[in-house]
Structures are given as C-alpha cells and as structure tokens.
Design a binder for this molecule. Sequence first.
Ligand SMILES: [Ca+2]
Ligand SMILES: [Ca+2]
Length: 287
Amino acid sequence: MSGKLLATSLLSIFVAAPLAAGTLKQDFKDVQGDDKGDGLYTYPAGVQAGSADLCRVSFEEAGDNFAVTVGVKAFTPNTRVAVVLFDEAAYTDTAREWAIGGTEMKLPNWKDRGAAFILGLPASQSPLFDINVTQATPVDAPTPDNVIYVEGGPAAWIAEDGSRSQDPTLAFRLQPQSVADADCQSYRYEFPKKLLDTYLPALSDASAPLYAAAYSYVVVEGGANEFGAFELGSAQGASDSWEDADVYDIAFTGAETAQDQLLKVTGAGEEAVVQLQSVDAGIARLR
Ligand SMILES: [Ca+2]
Ligand SMILES: [Ca+2]
C-alpha cells in the first residue's frame, strides 16, 4: 500500500467513526467585577477582593466521569462556589428547595433528581476547609466542602461507597485539580458519573435534559457566620434582613444587570427569598 493510500484509509476511518455517547461540553463565562450581590455588597474585613468573583463555570463529560470546572478571580480559603445539577422534572417543578450553603436562596426542587456541590480549595491549601464541620454553627447538620450533596435540608451527601450519608468522615471527596487559566484561578472537580445513578440518572443519559445553577459566597472563621455563608450586615452593604441572599456572584444570568435584579429582594416572608427560576435567570441548560 502506498503512503497516499494508507493516509486515505486512515482518514476514512476517522471520518466514519461515530460520535461517542456522552459528549457534553459547556463553558460559561461570567463577567468580572460583578461580585456585589444585589449591587451593593462588599467583602467582610480580611477577605481578599475577588474571592467570590466567578469568571468561569464549565461542565464536561470525560468518558465515565463528569467534570465541573470553576474559575474565580481570586480563589482563596474564603471562597466557596456552589454548583447544582438537576433534571427536567426538577426544572419544571414549581416547588423550590433551599440552596446548599445557607445562602438564603431557593432553587428548583432537586431532591432525588439532582445533586449539589460546595467547592473550595484543596484541603491542603485551606485552613478554612470544612470550617462548617469543625466550627460550631446553629445547625445540626454540618456542610463539608468538596463533596456531592444529594439533599439540602438536612444536608446529606454521597459517601465513598456511593450510598447516601450524613457522616462527614465517610464523604466522597472531590479532588480539585488546578487548571491553567489566563483569566482567573480555576479548579477542576471530576467524579465518576455512576455515583449519581440513583439521584440524578439524567447525568448518564445523553438524551435527557440537564440543568445547572452556580453561585459564590464567602466563609469566615468565627463572627457572623450562619449555615455556612457569611451573614451580610449593614457594614457589608446589605440590609441584614434574613432573606438577603448571602451570595456575591451568580452565574447564568444573561445580561450583566440582570444579576442585580435577581438578587434584589422585595416584599416580606417566604416570598421574599431569592428564587432561581428559569434559564438565564440563574439557571443554564447544559443539554
Ligand atoms: Ca463574576
Ligand atoms: Ca455573575
């Protein structure tokens, strides 16, 4: 066989190869400098500027694994990024579930049809890792970092053996991998899709719609820290009412100004809680 014929044969093999199942790959940019909550929030003392400024949230299927990559302007020990994945049934359900992290937001009800992640630095790089396990808080259910939550209230997560657990010592821990990124400090969190076969079958079903929400907040040692997120007070530019979302930045909001509007709470009581409702209002459709 001549070299030219061989090259042609190889080319035809590549052209004829069918697309492999599970090729989801989505990369969402977030504008920088919008880490101001409803437009007025500033960071508590001691927290580096940009610690909650999202600049990227990416999702990728990698064979039997799924990877979430988050980029933050300054990824510090105070940084926490919550990412929630959920299916069509959750998206269309009018009921809402409390978001993970005590952020005073509600999301489409992802219980038994979704999963949430609280993402931070690797344990070895953060003195605040698992602060909501080790620090006394008003809640009876701690919220460990870099785990996969399958229930928000009370919090429960995937254990090493794939079962549902409320024991932080048994949690399956995501291992953050630093990713080179010119825009921001990024980490990739990869896990086997089969871990979510029970709670989010849509993850492994290439034909099933899949949705995501992502938002950032900060944790601090001691002080006004409730349910995980730093409780914003008037000194931080918030009105200090309980329904203020303790969220600095949010992804998937469409136009830049839409974020302020989404996080600006009016009214009173349950109805005043920030609710992520639909695509481009804090939610992205991944497929
Ligand atoms: Ca941002
Ligand atoms: Ca944003």
